[in-house]
Write a protein that binds this ligand. Structure first.
Ligand SMILES: *[C@@H]1O[C@H](CO)[C@@H](O)[C@H](O)[C@H]1NC(C)=O
Ligand SMILES: *[C@@H]1O[C@H](CO)[C@@H](O)[C@H](O)[C@H]1NC(C)=O
Ligand SMILES: *[C@@H]1O[C@H](CO)[C@@H](O)[C@H](O)[C@H]1NC(C)=O
Ligand SMILES: *[C@@H]1O[C@H](CO)[C@@H](O)[C@H](O)[C@H]1NC(C)=O
Ligand SMILES: *[C@@H]1O[C@H](CO)[C@@H](O)[C@H](O)[C@H]1NC(C)=O
Ligand SMILES: *[C@@H]1O[C@H](CO)[C@@H](O)[C@H](O)[C@H]1NC(C)=O
Length: 244
């Protein structure tokens, strides 16, 4: 795998052409469950619910937008899974399909099994992205080697779900998922700098507070060995957090 660090390509594919100006995150790789960029129904008709049943046409409506719904933005588990390397691999997505993401926090979690009981296995230390401004912006970010969570035991052929959460500046979470099947790396589609890259106008920042400095001393001491062996992709992200 070879990555160009200076890549400044923007994804200008069909989504951009469709002019989805109020869209949210879109997972580029592995493939997402499907398009959940919809808002439907009327806020006044659902008494403030994020998702409601519309009996007139027998559908669920999402008057604030589907992607706000845990765990996967209103999308059911898909049948079309992507093979993903059993020791970790790439995750790429477009973070700027929604106004208000000049800054956003990003979490990537794993749910185990065909129908994961939860998405409570963090794969990375959360980080912050900085985009050009609060208008929707194009472009992708790519983490080429997202590791499996520690102490997770999976076999080739096991199913799982990768959940990406993007926290908007007001603190609410946008959810999106990709369903995977673990495979040996040679049985996974090639990831390279044409399909997985960082757009130059989106930068990364670590989240770091004084209290996390004190409370997280243990991890700070462990960090160098951990990062060079398991998390090379996150080296530049440095570290911080443990807000929970
Ligand atoms: C799975 O199928 C849905 C619906 O056809 C599609 O929107 C989505 O992109 C597909 N995902 C993958 C990983 O192929
Ligand atoms: C069902 O009705 C709601 C509210 O009128 C509307 O937003 C939604 O698009 C409709 N869904 C379908 C599938 O027609
Ligand atoms: C993984 O999911 C597919 C459906 O997407 C299913 O056919 C298959 O049996 C599942 N594999 C395991 C090991 O549960
Ligand atoms: C989350 O799911 C895992 C299985 O993937 C299970 O072992 C664990 O107990 C669950 N955690 C919670 C808090 O439910
Ligand atoms: C990148 O990988 C894709 C398959 O995922 C392949 O079709 C394409 O040729 C590769 N590009 C380069 C420059 O290697
Ligand atoms: C994108 O940037 C992040 C943070 O600096 C880095 O960890 C990652 O490796 C970069 N991705 C690529 C494809 O170079």
């Amino acid at each position: 795998m070879k990555f160009s660090r200076s890549s400044s390509q923007w994804i200008t594919g069909s989504l951009l052409c469709m002019g989805l100006v109020s869209a949210h995150t879109v997972i580029v790789y592995p493939g997402y469950r499907g398009n959940n960029l919809h808002t439907s129904g009327d806020v006044d008709a659902v008494e403030g619910l994020g998702v409601a049943y519309d009996k007139d046409n027998d559908t669920l409506v999402y008057p604030y937008g589907m992607q706000w719904i845990y765990p996967c933005g209103g999308m059911p588990t898909s049948q079309n899974r992507t093979t993903w390397p059993i020791r970790g691999g790439a995750v790429s997505f477009q973070p700027g399909w929604f106004p208000g993401h000049a800054r956003a926090m990003v979490y990537i979690n794993l749910g185990l099994g065909t129908e994961p009981p939860n998405m409570s296995h963090p794969m990375i230390t959360p980080f912050e992205i900085v985009g050009p401004d609060n208008d929707p912006y194009p472009g992708t970010i790519c983490l080429p080697q997202v590791p499996l969570p520690a102490n997770i035991d999976v076999k080739v052929g096991d199913n799982a779900t990768i959940q990406i959460i993007e926290l908007a500046q007001h603190g609410a979470g946008l959810y999106n998922c990709a369903d995977i099947t673990f495979a040996e790396p040679e049985d996974v589609a090639e990831v390279n700098d044409t399909n997985c890259f960082n757009s130059s106008h989106i930068s990364f920042e670590t989240v770091f507070t004084t209290s996390s400095l004190e409370s997280a001393g243990f991890e700070i001491i462990k960090l160098p060995a951990f990062i060079t062996t398991i998390l090379p992709a996150l080296l530049a992200l440095a570290y911080g957090m443990l807000m929970a």
